[in-house]
Ligand binder design. Sequence first.
Ligand SMILES: Cc1cc2nc3c(=O)[nH]c(=O)nc-3n(C[C@H](O)[C@H](O)[C@H](O)COP(=O)(O)OP(=O)(O)OC[C@H]3O[C@@H](n4cnc5c(N)ncnc54)[C@H](O)[C@@H]3O)c2cc1C
Length: 484
Amino acid sequence: MKIAIIGMGVAGISVLREWTKEQKRDPSIQITVFGDKETFGTGKAYQSDDAGLLMNQAAEFTSMIPENHYDFVEWMRENYGEEDAASKFYPRAQFGEYVTERMNGWLAQSRAHIIQEKVETIRMLPNDRFRLTWPSQTAEFDAVHLCTGNLPYKDPYDLRDHPNAIGDPFPMDKKLSQIPHGATVGVVGTGLTSIDVFRYTFAHRPDVDVSFLSRSGTFKTIIGNAPSFENRYLTKENIQHAKEKHDGFIPLDTYMEWFEKELEFQLGALERESLDALGSKDSIKRQLAGNRDISTIQTILKNIILLQTDLWMALTETDKQTFLQKYYKQWDKLRAPFPYETGKDFVHAWEENIFRVYEDLADIEKNEESFTCHFKDEEPIHVDYMVNATGNDVNVSFEMDDVPLLRQMLDERLLQPERFGGVQVSVPDLSAISQKYGVLHTLKAHGQLIAGIQFGNSSVRIISRSARASVKDIVKRLKYRTEV
Ligand SMILES: Cc1cc2nc3c(=O)[nH]c(=O)nc-3n(C[C@H](O)[C@H](O)[C@H](O)COP(=O)(O)OP(=O)(O)OC[C@H]3O[C@@H](n4cnc5c(N)ncnc54)[C@H](O)[C@@H]3O)c2cc1C
């Protein structure tokens, strides 16, 4: 049985872990892994970079071994002498070291064939196998896991080709260190990447003058310190009952009703104004001062993190759309908050005018060696450099020239775009859904590539856990195929 895993980030490494286990039961399994040299064994998020760029999950939630959620915590103790690591937030690059070490263990155990090249095409053959091509060779495989991860950066202001634009700021220790001394720098976007830009420039580039630019002028929330509790309404049991009652669906209204009841139970009367302008300076200051409302909501959401894919799949397409229109913006600010300690530095720097925040961004005009930023009602400002912090695109299409492999697979309808991001797969086995070939049980897609299915949650925890069902499904299908 020949298995190909394409992409060695968190998703591909989690799949490797599962196949290594399977190989102990069936030594005929041969594993080949592919990945680009630069991010082999870490993926994009955990590549080598500045130590100030922290995980946004505490160590106890970032294990690469689902049976032992303290695996990273123990690794930190063994390798860095860290005691009580469970609730701490560590540098992403350090997490990357851990992920690489685990990968190397599984590569050695499974004697996997390692190819540090990018796969260029995948085609399905009449015998249901897949032919892969990469720069140096072509070969056939019985099953393929597509773990190619983060898509290129969005570019809403068409900055890509400008010499003073930094289109993708990672790794920051290479890209942001090149900005000339004393430059004025605009940062477009106020998501988690903008917080990373803040961390880096605050620590290493006090000489540059940073302005954050966006429509809303608000950032994400910070991780609050509400005591942990169990949900009373938004629970696995209620989700199961509701699905049984509504033929596998849960109306969005039911979900919202549970959420309201949960809030009322946990907080009594919620001060609705705490939900206004989430991520504004005042709102972050309220959180730092100990306001519990936001952190209670964060805990409610954290408690259902492992049920999130199930909940999303239980909504009708209409309800998904309604959710996006009515609630997404607030939910997005709450679901992936950044660490409290960073929040303290951030508010301090904001108050001290160490950076500026502009809202109602209308357009960015490209000049020969600078940019003019236009706002709805305010006077324009000029900056020498522009950092794009708008994040990775989640939408795929057959016109994506930057991602030739996906382009080819979409063009030949081996894969189909999912309306809410990434490509379509069935859940929980992550089989690709092809318009041309039907459900492809031996072609799986994982991680960031299925952002519209594992909606709003590309965390290590979710990606790592979901590898198992996909591998078990392939084992079952290929075994059946050989028996028949
Ligand atoms: C900046 C950033 C910070 C994040 N922080 C956190 C966090 O703190 N906590 C958390 O839980 N989650 C975080 N995430 C979410 C994170 O994306 C996921 O946890 C995870 O890293 C995604 O893994 P992946 O394997 O799907 O993709 P990737 O990490 O992108 O890995 C895919 C790999 O495939 C390779 N590849 C691509 N195309 C090919 C090809 N054709 N052939 C061969 N190889 C190919 C890529 O080069 C890359 O190495 C963060 C994400 C980003 C972008």
